[in-house]
Design a protein around this ligand. Structure first.
Ligand code: ZN
Ligand code: ZN
Ligand code: FE
Length: 755
């Protein structure tokens, strides 16, 4: 018998740490009566296993083909060799070394088993807010270094009690090697304090029911929580957060509650209950009992998430079923993660503080997604639950650091055929965001054990990320044009090779001709691109001021399209435009010395302002977002536009549409119909431009990217019509189409150029 035995040496890479992989291997080996060992190292999981051929085949099938739910095997090798005569199967101690090939798991929402335990009065973890197991719990937000072990997490200050230790060491226990394993006796604890920072014994649910605002320390940062059905309380939160008109997200107690406030498709439901537990942007139901005008002013959609930590489950009861859970940051500053910061920065906002003593090491906002009309995932913000998951890329070269854009910044580091996009840092003009961005780069470098010697950056000389890149020593710098990076980002996540047509529509990006680009028809691949066309240029009077005050861009469009008639029309349509500001803008338009822009974002702003929807933006892109929300999906009709050609460049000219639009406004056509006609016009114009682009180049593949493609009407109108004309169309599903996904494109371009 013994002669038939052989030994397999197996090495597995991917997400195999902290996801119950070793117990999975151990159980498979024990069940099949195999001997040997399994070892977690920073090179991946190593297994040596001995037995008869059919046993070994069964083992491979179980280990590789049905891994634990959270594991992701990227690749593996098996080497067959002579047996050594192992007597039993063991789990060896983790190995530590300098080259690391493992991946860190993102945080995982509380699993069903743990949920049952915290609601079971007979369980020792009844009501315990830090219950977790191998299948769920904190990961990325508490991990300080690899390989993933308790001593390298912020759980290092909580030695396990005997009972927890037993679970941890028992290979058939659900908590076997669950690094953050804890219980009420040995683990972190919550504390409730009032605004004077005095510890109190009140029930937090009762406080919330009374309309109090509670700062809650969560997984990746603090939230501000308030009863979403209490209009007066939500209003108070709005007032205390000052100037903030951004839509709030809500946390629903359970799926049933979510269904009672929003319309939820099966795909949307899948995302809501997924272990990533993102905020899913959903269509609201009318009369859902929530004060919608305060929670999501001007929008028909609402961001909803389900509880994803045990602490969240303990904030609800039979009566309290919906909470506002908004990131506790002051305007565009970073998410608050420490208790001290919360006390200091939220003392005028929160009535109470629900804090705990487990540190958050890596700040991580909630992710925000929606499901496109095609059932695909659409990222507004990719963070908790997804970061630091790897994105496969079709290229393999030296490690590259791409530093991303200015607003909605994320950076990206490549290692082999994988790209690691960071969590969301926000606007780098805020000093603390910039500090987090820098710390984040160091942490990702350490976590991935790479030292990038190429840094890719945007061409905009004033971006903080660009300045940072240029200040680095002993690295090769690669400047990447903004819209080319957007194009490459879609290509990379779709694994495309060769040349594509790209329609890239966003707010602004540094152009190659001194203008601010923002609606660009490109042809290109990973190394080069050329510009085939763009939206007609208009003077961008006052730069960034135009994105904050859409009425300015509306006026510029009216004057450019209609001359004196436009000035007349503006008097009626743009009551927010002061005369002095108007005259100044006119003067500067006439001077012809203003910087020009082809921005798509500003075009949507202008339409929103003319319809009186959002003359002033309270947050980036508000006018465009509300214009989309206002559009009546069933309305029909198109305005006039034209596609011209100037020095071999296609010009998508939107100027003809404004006179038609004003006629509709004067004819008292509903704003919702006009908004729909505007959308239809723009996507028809994009379609015509792409058809002309295909005629000129013979390229049939189209990639769509840029923040304007957060607009689902434009995205689905355009994809439908492109498919109808025989195009192959690609859009973004793994990273945001906006600037939050641009670092991926920068990284791939820099890596290909190096080759
Ligand atoms: Zn669990
Ligand atoms: Zn314990
Ligand atoms: Fe952009």
């Amino acid at each position: 018998m013994r002669n038939n035995r052989s030994r397999y040496k197996i090495r597995i890479n991917g997400i195999v740490q902290g996801v119950g992989f070793r117990p999975h291997v151990f159980r498979a080996a024990s069940d099949l009566g195999l001997s040997g060992w399994v070892l977690n190292s920073s090179h991946g999981v190593f297994i040596e296993v001995e037995g008869l051929p059919e046993q070994l085949t069964g083992f491979i099938r179980r280990v590789i083909e049905s891994p634990p739910p959270l594991a992701l095997i990227r690749n593996y090798t098996i080497e067959k060799t002579d047996p050594l005569g192992y007597q039993s199967f063991t789990i060896k101690e983790s190995e530590n070394d300098s080259t690391r090939n493992v991946m860190i798991s993102p945080d995982v929402a509380t699993c069903l088993d743990c949920r049952q335990e915290i609601f079971d009065p007979g369980n020792r973890r009844f009501n315990y807010p830090f219950t977790n197991c191998t299948n769920c719990g904190p990961r990325f937000t508490i991990i300080k270094d690899v390989p993933y072990d308790r001593s390298k997490t912020t759980m290092d200050s909580f030695p396990m009690c005997l009972q927890c230790q037993e679970e941890y060491e028992n290979p058939i226990n659900r908590r076997f090697h669950a690094q953050p394993n804890a219980c009420p006796f040995c683990g972190p604890q919550i504390t409730l304090l009032n605004a004077r920072q005095e510890i109190i014994n009140d029930n937090v649910i009762e406080l919330l029911k009374k309309g109090s605002i509670v700062a809650v320390k969560g997984l990746g940062g603090f939230h501000l929580a308030v009863d979403a059905r209490n209009k007066e309380a939500v209003e108070r939160l709005r007032q205390r957060k000052r100037r903030d008109v951004k839509p709030f997200a809500v946390m629903a107690r359970d799926l049933e509650t979510a269904h009672s406030v929003c319309r939820i498709s099966p795909e949307e439901e899948q995302h809501l209950v997924s272990y990533q537990a993102p905020i899913v942007v959903l269509d609201v139901l009318e009369n859902n009992g929530l004060p919608g005008e305060i929670i999501h002013p001007g929008l028909r959609t609402l961001g909803v998430m389900l509880p994803y930590t045990p602490l969240h489950f303990l904030l609800f009861d039979d009566e309290l079923d919906t909470l506002i859970m908004t990131s506790a940051n002051i305007s565009d500053e970073p998410l608050i993660i420490s208790n001290e910061d919360a006390f200091q920065k939220l003392n005028e906002v929160a009535d109470y503080f629900l804090i705990h003593n487990r540190d958050i090491y890596n700040p991580c906002d909630d992710s925000v997604i929606s499901v496109s009309p095609y059932g695909t995932r659409h990222f507004f913000r990719r963070a908790r639950g997804y970061v630091p998951g790897a994105i496969p890329i079709p290229t393999s070269s030296c490690p590259v650091l791409a530093v991303g854009s200015e607003l909605k910044n994320t950076f990206c580091i490549t290692r082999g055929n994988e790209a690691y996009l960071s969590q969301h840092w926000g606007d780098l003009n805020h000093y603390n965001n910039y500090v987090n961005f820098q710390n984040g780069i160091e942490r990702f470098k350490q976590m991935l054990a790479v030292k990038p010697d190429i840094i890719a950056h945007d061409l905009h000389p004033e971006y903080q990320a660009t300045r940072w890149a240029k200040a680095q020593k002993e690295v090769e710098l690669v400047g990447v044009q903004h819209h080319h990076a957007h194009l490459a980002s879609v290509m990379a996540e779709n694994g495309l090779q060769g040349e594509v047509l790209g329609l890239i529509c966003d707010g602004s990006g540094w152009g190659m001709d001194g203008a601010i680009w923002g609606c660009e028809l490109l042809r290109g691949d990973y190394t080069n691109f050329s510009r085939l066309g763009h939206l007609n240029y208009l003077p961008l009077v006052g730069g960034d001021l135009s994105s904050r005050r859409p009425y300015r861009m509306a006026f510029i469009y009216l004057v450019s399209a209609l001359g004196n008639k436009g000035i007349e029309a503006a008097e009626k349509l743009l009551p927010d435009l002061p005369l002095a500001e108007r005259d100044l803008i006119l003067q500067r338009i006439n001077s012809q010395s203003e910087i020009l822009t082809s921005s798509c974002g500003r075009l949507f702003d202008a339409a929103g302002a003319i319809l009186g929807i959002s003359p002033v933006n309270g947050y980036e892109g508000q006018a465009g977002i509300e214009l989309e929300a206002c559009a009546d999906k069933n309305a029909h009709g198109l305005y006039e536009y034209c596609i011209g050609e100037k020095a071999d460049m296609l010009i998508m000219n939107s100027l003809p549409l404004w006179s038609d639009m004003i006629t509709d406004i004067n004819g008292k056509l509903p704003a919702s119909t006009i908004a729909r006609k505007f959308h239809a016009t723009i996507s028809d114009m994009f379609l015509k431009a792409l058809i002309t682009g295909r005629e000129k180049t013979g390229i049939n593949r189209v990639v769509l990217s840029g923040g304007a493609f957060h607009n689902q009407i434009i995205l689905s109108d355009l994809i439908n019509s492109l498919l109808g004309k025989g195009f192959q169309v690609y859009h973004q599903q793994l990273v945001p189409p906006g600037d939050g996904g641009i670092a991926l494109g920068q990284a791939v371009i820099a890596s290909e150029r190096r080759k």
